[in-house]
Design a protein around this ligand. Structure first.
Ligand SMILES: Cc1cc2nc3c(=O)[nH]c(=O)nc-3n(C[C@H](O)[C@H](O)[C@H](O)COP(=O)(O)OP(=O)(O)OC[C@H]3O[C@@H](n4cnc5c(N)ncnc54)[C@H](O)[C@@H]3O)c2cc1C
Length: 453
């Protein structure tokens, strides 16, 4: 691409906040679109990898090793990685405040800013929820849940106290979307492998009337059947109204003794974006179809943190999925390049290509481009999709090998216990306490993601 005649090229800095699906693909496209020496692309991210979240349930279920779903950000050629979190920004002065992983705080100037910090577990004002539930968004949480499932069934197997055994072998998962449905299936299989003779009880709850509603009525019903055959109690129109260390109370009043509560009932945009004074739609940054913010045209937002107009469904906004985020990134990159004089402005328009859900074993449901698949054909499509979507050949080979070895060898699961209870707690695992308090939070002792409707 050539600069538009008449424009004087000079090095501009583009800061991309977040190296996930949106940020990774934005930075990669941008570094390829503008001529070398024209723009410096800086990715601010707390880790040096991009996490392939759709395979987190495989990590929790012990099918895939954790590092194998982490794609090194050093693969982004010509991009500078700044390890840390953006905790604030001055949009008029064109700076962001970074809290580095070593604890230093500094300002980073930018000419264009891309907000791609994703989302955090959405919590509600349910007594005991934040203290006793675990989220399922990070590698830390996936590793912890893997270990906790094994540890609980191992303890249940040896305890003579029947009430204690019942609580230790009961698991409650709230949220029957992709994260919750896949987790419950994989974790149930893990528990069976760890303690084949122990009878475990698994509850999957959701206020919604269907499991995996995004897959449509027919596939949702198939997924529900598959989960019930696996032994999962699927309770729809039900959630929890209180969580305690040793039990939960369901919204229908039933008290269920349990020692592990997993909360996957939705996400809210990163707390960062609530602090920037930008227009928000249910917590997400409102952007135009070119992914820029009307009031600050040099600021762009993509992925789970952005409310992107869905041009295929006028009046709607795009769903918070990896599929959208990874396609929005390159569109933001293209429009930033265009703003520097390289190429043309474009709008984000993407029709959903369908979803895939892996329920472990040979059980899966998928609707690639509207084709409804279940069982082994769906499993094939699901596995192929993940391997293609992973961004590096090395990661693909390692994940494929993990699956193969898991299928061939009947490995006895072990829990390493490397993740402590404290670091797996919701606030710690999702780094919710690093942001300056919002005015309404300043007087309250603890910070948490604001539940948005
Ligand atoms: C268990 C699970 C399974 C899923 N399965 C699927 C699936 O099968 N298909 C699908 O389409 N979607 C799936 N999703 C949803 C998908 O993961 C998200 O929609 C997608 O990751 C959003 O991309 P993003 O770029 O907005 O955010 P992310 O990919 O989450 O990336 C955000 C990045 O920003 C970083 N970050 C956060 N805050 C800051 C900050 N203040 N400063 C700097 N960096 C920051 C984070 O560390 C992260 O690297 C799943 C999600 C989960 C949790």
């Amino acid at each position: 691409m050539r600069p538009v005649p008449g424009k004087t090229p000079r090095v501009k800095r583009v800061v991309v906040v977040g190296g996930g699906f949106g940020g990774f693909h934005c930075a990669r496209s941008l570094s390829r679109m503008v001529p070398r020496g024209t723009a410096e692309v800086v990715v601010v991210n707390p880790t040096d990898f991009h996490l392939y979240t759709p395979l987190l349930p495989h990590v929790a279920g012990g099918l895939v090793h954790a590092p194998d779903i982490a794609v090194a950000l050093s693969r982004l050629r010509g991009v500078v990685l700044c390890r840390g979190n953006a905790v604030d920004a001055d949009l008029d002065a064109h700076t962001i405040t970074v809290l580095s992983t070593s604890g230093e705080r500094f300002e980073l100037p930018w000419d264009r800013l891309v907000l791609a910090p994703g989302s955090v577990t959405r919590v509600f004002d349910i007594p005991g929820l934040q203290a006793h539930a675990h989220g399922f968004k990070t590698l830390t949480e996936a590793l912890y849940l893997h270990d906790r499932v094994i540890a609980n069934v191992e303890r249940a197997r040896v305890t003579a106290d029947l009430a204690e055994r019942e609580a230790l072998s009961t698991f409650v998962v709230v949220g029957a979307g992709l994260a919750g449905a896949e987790f419950v299936a994989m974790a149930k299989r893990l528990a069976t492998a760890a303690a084949p003779r122990l009878r475990t009880r698994w509850l999957l709850l959701d206020m919604a009337p269907a499991v995996l509603p995004q897959l449509g009525e027919a596939l949702s019903a198939k997924a529900t059947d598959a989960l019930r055959r696996l032994g999962v109690e699927v309770r729809l129109g039900t959630s929890i109204r209180e969580a305690r260390p040793d039990s939960v109370t369901l919204t229908d009043g039933t008290v269920v003794p349990c020692r592990l509560l997993v909360w996957t009932a939705g996400v809210s945009a990163s707390p960062l974006v609530q602090r920037l004074g930008l227009p928000l739609d249910r917590g997400r940054v409102v952007v135009r179809a070119d992914l820029s913010v009307r009031e600050h045209p040099h600021v762009y937002a993509v992925g789970d943190a952005a409310a992107v107009p869905d041009l295929t469904r006028p009046g709607g906004v795009c769903a918070q999925t990896a599929q959208h985020a990874q396609r929005q990134g390159p569109v933001a990159a293209r429009n930033i390049a265009a703003s520097f004089g390289y190429g043309e402005l474009t709008y984000y328009r993407h029709r959903d290509l369908g979803m895939v859900a892996d329920l472990g074993g040979l059980s899966a449901v998928a609707d690639p481009m509207g084709l409804r698949l279940t069982g082994p054909p769906a499993k094939l499509v699901t596995s192929g999709y993940h391997l293609l979507a992973l961004e590096s050949t090395g990661n693909r080979l390692r994940v494929g090998t993990d699956w193969l070895l898991h299928a061939l060898l009947r490995t006895v699961p072990i829990s390493t216990g490397l993740v402590s209870d404290a670091s797996a707690a919701l606030v710690a695992a999702e780094q919710l306490s690093i942001y300056p308090p919002l005015p309404q939070e300043a007087s309250t002792p603890s910070r948490q993601p604001s539940p948005v409707a």
